[in-house]
Design a protein around this ligand. Structure first.
Ligand SMILES: NC(=O)c1ccc[n+]([C@@H]2O[C@H](COP(=O)([O-])OP(=O)(O)OC[C@H]3O[C@@H](n4cnc5c(N)ncnc54)[C@H](O)[C@@H]3O)[C@@H](O)[C@H]2O)c1
Length: 272
């Protein structure tokens, strides 16, 4: 990994799953970590665990859908530990159900967390990171779902396509304005987390419960651990726009998408 020991990482969604794995892995590599999550108890517990092991860890309960809260997170991180070297916009949620069966507030909430949360992170942190001459890193967590689509999962797929596009734009804008800030996307495949346990499942959406259970089983059986995902993400810093946790899966999804776009064929059925 690019030498970051002694510098500061901010991770959103750090109370669970990949975010918790990132917090643990970054702390193990000598970074000071600022952990943000909407679940104040969970994120404080993660921070406490890290402090008990001698790490410098600060929990800042934050709802990434709130631009003021994310601004306060940036201030709190800088006040506590100085310039931020790594921001991971990781917080994300899942929703299951057909498009016309999703209540509008659930659709909006998912896009608010998964897309606006990333926008708020870029908005509050990039100018601060760009004001420092030191190299720094922004990683946005999308998904292989950014390159694919599936029934019963429209809000999530739409949000992750948006995260990929937003990250591409941020990469280009930083190249132009803040070349010392490297922007990357990570498109994980299955990681063993609680994301489908916490997923909103639409009422009266036939097959949604089954699909949720299939996905839970798929992550549990076929997923890498959050810590493995975190290690791959930190190893990938400074290597370019794409950071890989699941290179083989990503190549399959990218190939299918390229075929669909160049052949102007309809969306293929889900790969799994
Ligand atoms: N698990 C997978 O297989 C997988 C695959 C591809 C991408 N991802 C992405 O990885 C990221 C992390 O997901 P995970 O699987 O670790 O899920 P997770 O449910 O284990 O963790 C997500 C965390 O985000 C927090 N969160 C939710 N809403 C928030 C908000 N408004 N503000 C701040 N924090 C909020 C939750 O409290 C939780 O602690 C997400 O963006 C997800 O889409 C996960």
């Amino acid at each position: 990994m690019t030498q970051l020991a002694g510098r500061t990482a901010v991770i959103t969604g750090a109370g669970s799953g990949i975010g918790q794995g990132l917090a643990e892995e970054a702390a193990a590599r000598g970074l000071r970590v600022v952990l943000a999550d909407v679940d104040a108890d969970r994120v404080e517990q993660v921070a406490e665990g890290l402090r008990a092991q001698g790490a410098e860890a600060l929990a800042v309960p934050t709802d990434v859908t709130d631009p003021d809260a994310v601004e306060q997170l940036a201030e709190a991180a800088t006040d506590a530990y100085g310039p931020v070297a790594l921001l991971v916009n990781n917080a994300g949620v899942e929703t299951v159900g057909r498009i016309w069966e999703l209540p509008p507030e659930r659709w909006r909430r998912l896009l608010d967390v998964n897309v606006n949360g990333v926008f708020h992170g870029l908005r509050s942190f990039v100018p601060r990171m760009g004001a420092s001459p030191e190299p720094s890193y922004v990683v946005n967590v999308a998904s292989v779902g950014a390159l694919a689509t599936a029934p019963l999962n429209s809000a999530y797929h739409a949000s992750k396509h948006a995260v990929l596009a937003l990250t591409e734009c941020a990469y280009l804008e930083c190249l132009e304005q803040h070349p010392q800030v490297s922007v990357s996307v990570v498109c994980p495949g299955a990681v063993r987390t609680r994301i489908f346990e916490d997923a909103y499942v639409a009422d009266g959406s036939p097959g949604s419960d089954t699909w949720q259970n299939t996905m839970k089983g798929y992550l549990e059986q076929g997923g890498i651990t959050p810590r493995e995902a975190a290690a791959a993400i930190l190893d990938g810093l400074g290597t370019g726009f794409w950071i890989n946790t699941h290179p083989d899966e990503l190549a399959i999804f990218a190939g299918r998408r390229a075929e669909m776009l160049s052949g102007q064929t309809p969306p293929p059925p889900p790969a799994m």
